[in-house]
Design a protein around this ligand. Sequence first.
Ligand SMILES: Cc1cc2nc3c(=O)[nH]c(=O)nc-3n(C[C@H](O)[C@H](O)[C@H](O)COP(=O)(O)OP(=O)(O)OC[C@H]3O[C@@H](n4cnc5c(N)ncnc54)[C@H](O)[C@@H]3O)c2cc1C
Length: 428
Amino acid sequence: MTTARGNRPSGRRFGCYNFEFAILPRRGLPRLYPEGALMPETLQLASPAPLTSLTEDEVLFRDNVRQFADDKIRPLAREMDEKAVFDHGLIDQFFQLGLMGIEIPEQHGGAGGKFFEAILAVEECSRADASAGVIVDVQNTLVANAILRWANEDQKKRYLPKMAADTLGAYALSEAGSGSDAFALQTKAELKGSDYVLNGRKLWITNGKEAGLFILFATIDASKGYKGITAFLIEKNFPGFTVGKKEDKLGIRASSTCELILEDCRVPRENVLGEAGKGYKIAIETLNEGRIGIGAQMLGVARGAWECAAKYAQERKQFGKPISEFQGIQFQIAQMATEIEAARLMVYNAARMKDAGVDFVKEAAMTKLFTSQVAERVTSLAIEVYGGYGFTRDYPVEKYWRDSKIGKIYEGTSNMQLATIAKLVMSK
Ligand SMILES: Cc1cc2nc3c(=O)[nH]c(=O)nc-3n(C[C@H](O)[C@H](O)[C@H](O)COP(=O)(O)OP(=O)(O)OC[C@H]3O[C@@H](n4cnc5c(N)ncnc54)[C@H](O)[C@@H]3O)c2cc1C
């Protein structure tokens, strides 16, 4: 069990986080701390604060997740990638530490934290391993988020305590024929007595292998187009539900991506999430939030690769001196650091906007678009800093590069983000 290593008073367990320090910001003006190695050493400002400022409690939370990621996730990352299997013991530890129910209220067994903390957790886990990052991300920013926002009290009582304790969630929208055009989905749900009977197949579902609870979208009336789409809460042992083939992928290999098969799958009527026919709204609005999570994942991936490259440049000698002494390498490291800083500003700002309850749709789309570009560029440059060694699996940077690629694809491709941004900036 990882515990706090900060210099905070220990022995206090706050909410469901199992780090020994208080997590939630206190009332009043928080003391502000700098974030990350690229920021100045000391900083104490009144509002409005720099975008990268964190409260004392956020710094402690971030540092503890970082320590956990370095100690427990990083050592397993290469083997999990090669075997394309995520370590179950690690998932158990995510639950024990309270990382799987960050925004779930304490009354339901969660940590009662903010969206911003979920974003910090995704970033820090992804810095060690992007597969770990996406597991924490889907659980918090998609599944728990959707339940918190759209479930009725009975559903919250039934599912939130499980999600905080031991049940992994998955979010099943895509199908073989409907990706970007998600609302062209074909999975059908027919009301028969007190159950809906679902038939169809879902594709690409993250956490599919390990999840116990699925938010799954199907249509109750295809003739109504998107207005027939309905969200269902499906438990993995519901009759007629099976998990199919797991994809063999380029990156985030340890994160399972699976087909789901529904053959006369019976789902009690009371497991409709939100209103029947309003699933499209749940899908759109949840994914808007999820995109900030993918931004955090990409930020973590870029940081992880940058840190490796900066360190390696000081160790590797050519022409009788460390390659970090060549201006060409210094400029690459500086360029990467600058792009990471810009990505961080976007991720943190979008997350703060979400927590502040202001409209963040444009910023979330821009964040996902930009951070995935940064992650791909930074991880690619990191390989070049390593030279030939970076091209081998003996060093970590090729994995960061492979892991970066998914940022431009899932939760809406880059083109779909551009379409959203264009619509919003051109409608004014
Ligand atoms: C590893 C992984 C995990 C995933 N996890 C999940 C998950 O947990 N749940 C889930 O529901 N889905 C998941 N997905 C699915 C993912 O969201 C889709 O792959 C994505 O939305 C793109 O859909 P597609 O693959 O069908 O590509 P397509 O929609 O076929 O797109 C192909 C290309 O055409 C472009 N394109 C399409 N339409 C337009 C347009 N109108 N204008 C311009 N360009 C366009 C796209 O940008 C892309 O470049 C996952 C996918 C992967 C690879």
